[in-house]
Design a protein around this ligand. Structure first.
Ligand code: FES
Length: 76
């Protein structure tokens, strides 16, 4: 199943499908077979990078609407 990433209004980044999650040192998270996770977007989770629903307690507001991005700027 291809990876699908859903940015939830006022909440997390939901990732589902075939994916692997690594820290910046290249260490792979053991997701215990999960094919769906939610990553914190609000910065308040006590279980980063995963969402623990702390965004609800702070009434975090960050609506998202899909849009077209400009072309990437070529790197020198
Ligand atoms: S987005 Fe849910 S705790 Fe941050």
């Amino acid at each position: 199943m291809p990876t699908k990433i859903i940015i939830k209004n006022n909440g997390s980044i939901k990732v589902e499908g075939d994916f692997e999650l690594y820290d910046e040192n290249g260490n792979k998270f053991d997701l215990a077979g999960r094919t769906r996770i939610s990553l914190c977007r609000c910065g308040q989770s006590n279980d980063k990078p995963f969402c623990d629903h702390a965004h609800r307690a702070i009434n975090w507001s960050a609506p998202v609407v899909a849009r077209t991005l400009p072309p990437p700027v070529p790197k020198p």
